[in-house]
Design a protein around this ligand. Structure first.
Ligand code: SAH
Length: 346
């Protein structure tokens, strides 16, 4: 199929395209210039030059799951495991608050030590200390009662990438004990409870096809999340996928732009993984339509241990340095970091 700039305009106007046109747009670099320009126009129409910052606190790398792509999978016996205490987490938030952060993202493996009771205790302590902040959890698949309890304790956002929306592809990335249906059910439960929900997928994960990516876009249309996080797959040596090629930054950028046009109001982070496979990846992501960055607030002593994939950037700096570096990078791309909670628009 031959595409023209008309298809970019059509995608922008309809917020959608038929599968064949979408596929053709993702398979060529011929339309990148008009596609990225239109994505930037739409992001500026809705968000101006604002870029929201979210402080990421990676509070545990213990995980009961065994996803084939992930460096902190249970089966990685060479991972050095750590957990932050409640006090550690609270001091990360206090430091972040001083630096202007108004959203804290608590991310971790699925660590059974953090029972619902412990999670609620931590969330309510952050809520008391920072009543003006958003609290985001990213701790995987739970039961509805657990999600409800965290929400009642004061959490208001949840990040759970669906990873891949196709059953066959999901099976190639995860052991039998895990289920795509449950992950999807979790996302709809979170929405029903009232969370602002973020989902997303890896680009170029092993065995991924263009059909899989189209299924990811269609699933996101059905879910209609507030945030959409995508990043390139990056191999990790201590996983069954060691030696697999990384995803491409070009395709990641193209998908960011397509997502911006399909979901004009979405919060779309320019991810650390994108910054890891290309030195200016995050700047390019912003220029292709992304409007969020997530600097690391974890203590430097544990940064290297939250080792999802190889050569992860930003594992050496203090939180304040991260904040400063990101701010300069955002400015160099032509945007402006704002320290507001950055509430979703729909
Ligand atoms: N346990 C939580 C958090 C997972 S880590 C959960 O299940 O949601 C956050 C994200 O990192 C994952 O959702 C996955 O998309 C991404 N990730 C994991 N391994 C990766 C790899 N090797 N390359 C790129 N991204 C990866």
């Amino acid at each position: 199929m031959r595409l023209s700039e008309d298809h970019v305009r059509l995608l922008s106007r309809e917020r959608d395209l038929p599968d064949e046109e979408l596929r053709a747009m993702l398979e060529t670099d011929a339309l990148d210039a008009p596609l990225f320009a239109e994505a930037d126009r739409v992001r500026r129409e809705n968000y101006g030059d604002e870029v929201y910052i979210r402080g990421l606190i990676e509070f545990t790398n213990y995980c009961k799951n065994n996803c084939y792509y992930c460096g902190i999978r249970r089966g990685n016996g060479n991972a050095e495991r750590y957990r932050l205490s409640k006090e550690d987490i609270l001091s990360c938030c206090a430091e972040g608050y001083e630096l202007g952060f108004r959203t804290f993202v608590l991310q971790g493996g699925e660590d059974p030590y953090f029972t619902d009771e412990r999670v609620c205790d931590i969330v309510s302590a952050i809520r008391r200390a920072h009543p003006d902040c958003a609290i985001t959890l990213s701790i995987g698949e739970k039961e509805k009662e657990s999600y409800q309890a965290y929400f009642d304790a004061g959490a208001n956002r949840y990040l759970l990438r669906h990873e891949t929306a196709s059953e066959e592809h999901y099976r190639l990335l995860h052991p039998e004990s895990m289920s795509l249906q449950h992950r999807k059910d979790c996302l709809f439960m979170l929405k029903e409870i009232g969370y602002q929900v973020g989902s997303g997928f890896m680009v170029g994960s092993p065995y991924q096809t263009m059909d899989n990516l189209l299924a990811d876009l269609r699933f996101l249309q059905a879910l209609s999340p507030d945030m959409i996080g995508i990043g390139p797959y990056i191999p990790h040596n201590e996983t069954p996928f060691a030696g697999q090629p990384a995803g491409s930054w070009q395709l990641t950028l193209r998908l960011i732009a397509v997502l911006r046009l399909m979901f004009p109001y979405a919060l779309i982070p320019s991810t650390t993984a994108l910054g890891t496979i290309h030195p200016l990846g995050r700047e390019l992501g912003l220029k292709a339509g992304a409007n969020v960055v997530m600097p690391n607030l974890s203590p430097v002593s544990v940064r290297k241990l939250y080792d999802l994939y190889e050569n992860k950037i930003c594992t050496g700096e203090e939180a304040a340095q991260c904040r400063g570096c990101l701010e300069a990078r955002v400015a160099s791309a032509g945007y402006r970091v704002v320290t507001a909670v950055g509430n979703v628009r729909r």
